[in-house]
Design a protein. Sequence first.
Length: 340
Amino acid sequence: MTLRSRVLILVSALAVLAGVAAASVLHASARADRRDQARPGGPRITSGRLALTGGGRRVVFRNMAWGPHRDELVSVPAADPSGPRTASGVKCLRFHAASGTGVCLRAVHGPVQDTYRAVILDARLRERAHYDVPGVPSRARVSPSGRFASWTAFVGGDSYAGTAFSTRAAIVDTRTGRLTPTLEAYRIVKDGRPYRAADVNFWGVTFAADDRTFYATMATGGSTYLVRGDLRARTLTTLHANVECPSLSPDGTRIAYKKRVQGAPEDAPWHLYVLELRTGHETALAEPRSVDDQLVWRDARTLVYALPGDYGADLYTVPADGTGTAHRLTGAALSPAYVD
């Protein structure tokens, strides 16, 4: 037998062994996926078509359950949030949608390190445009009309709990593609006077229905503020202190947010509140745990948010008027958006 023949036999044998090993890994992974989905109380998930319009009132969110549909956008009827999930095949770390437009923040896996991207989706979850995100995605929002989308990323640090972090909040016009990569480009009015500082950070944009007004958090000098933004004038005006991750109510009169409270642990410092924009009155909500999320209004009376769970995160609800108690909505879920 020649040397070349021996080499060919060796290469063939190695290829067969590699194929067997790969098949074994895939088989084991598939069995693990089926086992994870079969756990008592685990969600039932099937592949299917998912759209952001039509089909009645539904909630779309990132599926956190381990298995073949981990991190995919899934859909369930709003009236049956713990029911069977329809998986889209589209993976997102953060997501939001309104009026047939979605924004999906996702990882782009590279040979050395991951990068991140904001993808604008149409009503059938097809990509319309994408933009580089300069850090780890944190928050995402679409305006009620679908005209504008926003996202926030950590560009230094990875938690809002401490002070050693920096963020960048971007807004894009989904019709024209015009991108404002950072709100630091806007003119700031603080306490009625122009304001500039090197330590300014912004995060957690939420939009009004007029396609002009938005709200966000501004941090500077060790404090946080609710700011009102004007997309045309490109200004940001402080309104109220100690407001983080605002979420504007459907009627545009209230802001739901997390607020730092005295005496709370450093790594869990927040309580949920609702602010009346006209009067400045604050109402504490009936959620005793610290919540690090940007809330979503399910309707005018109820708020939805995430807390840590067995699969990473579960969704909970609480009344927006301070009454009642918090209730678990569904497990293994993150970044909900209610669509019709």
